[in-house]
Design a binder for this molecule. Structure first.
Ligand code: MG
Length: 252
């Protein structure tokens, strides 16, 4: 079976289909800490196509990198930067600011930064998060479609980003809409949980025919990785970059 999938992948590649890009989910965080600067560094060193990270706005309007909405029961959106910075990640790093993260991001021009803007309590807060992120990217000289890709579960954030940055890739995460609907709202990509593509395999082709980019999260098991490769998604977001690379190359 493994050989069959490797053959399908090889034939698809020979047929002009591109091999999948690997996106490290919350950085390459194994033996490390999710969303840490060290995890971004490892994704870069491993040669991941991209490294994903999650963004929230503090009460005093600073952007920090963290997955959960809360840190030790402190709601990030209702806490000051000073409070959030008093917490450390598993590897001892303080919770990174977006600016610090981008400093590391700048060090490898081959690793795309995949910014996930988390849904916020109001549309105004979501708009402010967008503005802060774009300003930080601009200040770091990273506001470039080859360096930054945007993803969000917030349809509002995706629509706003698509309006502001027509040349950039914006991928919607929720997986509750067919590609044609997302495209009609001006958004040029989807990044859906792999189970959505297993349920709607036709969405991959549909999106591609619409000129949209297609990413699948968070694909960690060989069976699911092989299915996403066979479907022809463009990117695979994973906690297992090495495994995905080995499967794509036919090594596993
Ligand atoms: Mg994320």
């Amino acid at each position: 079976m493994k050989k069959l999938f490797a053959l399908i992948t090889l034939l698809a590649t020979l047929n002009g289909a591109q091999a999948q890009d690997i996106v490290a989910h919350r950085g390459y965080w194994k033996d490390n800490a999710q969303n840490s600067i060290a995890s971004l560094q490892k994704a870069q060193a491993f040669g991941c196509w991209g490294s994903e990270f999650d963004l929230h706005l503090t009460a005093d309007n600073c952007v920090v990198v963290n997955h959960d909405r809360e840190i030790k029961k402190n709601d990030i959106q209702k806490s000051t930067l000073e409070k959030i910075r008093s917490f450390t990640l598993k590897n001892g790093e303080p919770v990174p600011t977006l600016e610090e993260y981008l400093e590391q991001g700048k060090k490898d021009e081959n690793c795309v930064l995949v910014l996930e803007l988390k849904p916020h309590y109001s549309l105004e807060r979501e708009n402010l998060l967008i503005d802060k992120c774009l300003q930080a990217l601009k200040d770091a000289d990273l506001l470039n479609p080859h360096r930054a890709v945007f993803i969000s579960f917030s349809y509002h954030i995706c629509k706003e980003l698509a309006k502001k940055l027509p040349d950039f890739t914006v991928q919607y995460l929720e997986g509750d809409k067919a590609p044609v609907e997302v495209k009609a709202d001006g958004i040029n990509g989807i990044d859906y949980h792999f189970s959505k593509f297993q349920k709607h395999p036709e969405w991959v082709q549909e999106a591609k025919e619409l000129g949209m980019s297609v990413n699948a999260w968070t694909v960690d098991k060989p069976k699911d990785i092989r299915e996403m490769i066979a479907l022809g998604v463009e990117q695979i977001t994973t906690n297992e970059p090495e495994l995905v690379r080995d499967i794509i190359s036919g090594k596993k």
